[in-house]
Design a protein around this ligand. Structure first.
Ligand code: CMP
Length: 150
């Protein structure tokens, strides 16, 4: 089923020059970038995005980290996009993330785990609405979609 999920390339990804390599993983799999921009996240937006973690010991450091430098936010669309992106990304703690996943290959510290992606379609809808307006989604088709969805 066609889904659209939310992905954020975090400040460590941007500052370590991995933007292109991480996006390539998603593009190579066959997902379509349907919206994308580089932004700086303010504290209020970060607190809305990460509200499920409020009160946890890593919450305040997480907010200040996400606000510490530019991030790239994107919407990725494709067959089972939520699950596919989570698999490509690997486990939250890069030490447990399998080799071949983004976190398994590019990160080692849980607080600098390079990328965030929605864990369900419900989260994706909520997170996409925080970062994107309707007019920011652009319509086009990847060639693969013509044979997957004739
Ligand atoms: P993310 O997928 O963006 O969701 C919440 C983030 O909190 C997580 O990735 C980690 O970067 C960060 N974090 C820091 N410490 C922890 C922890 N002990 N457990 C889970 N997430 C943590």
């Amino acid at each position: 089923m066609q889904e659209t999920t939310f992905v954020m390339l975090k400040p460590d990804c941007v500052q370590r020059g991995k933007i292109g390599r991480v996006i390539s993983r998603f593009e190579n799999k066959g997902l379509r970038v349907s919206a994308m921009k580089m932004i700086e996240v303010d504290n209020k937006t970060a607190s809305i995005h990460y509200k499920e973690h409020e009160g946890k010991d890593f919450y305040e450091p997480l907010l200040s980290y996400i606000c510490s430098g530019p991030v790239v936010v994107m919407a990725l669309t494709g067959d089972s996009a939520v699950k596919v992106v989570r698999k490509l990304m690997g486990k939250t703690d890069p030490k447990d993330a399998a080799p071949g996943t983004v976190r398994g290959d590019f990160a080692i510290d849980i607080s600098r785990n390079i990328v965030h992606a929605s864990d369900s379609q419900e989260s994706a809808d909520r997170e996409l609405s925080i970062f994107f307006d309707d007019e920011e989604y652009l319509e086009y088709h990847r060639i693969e979609e013509e044979w997957i969805y004739p």
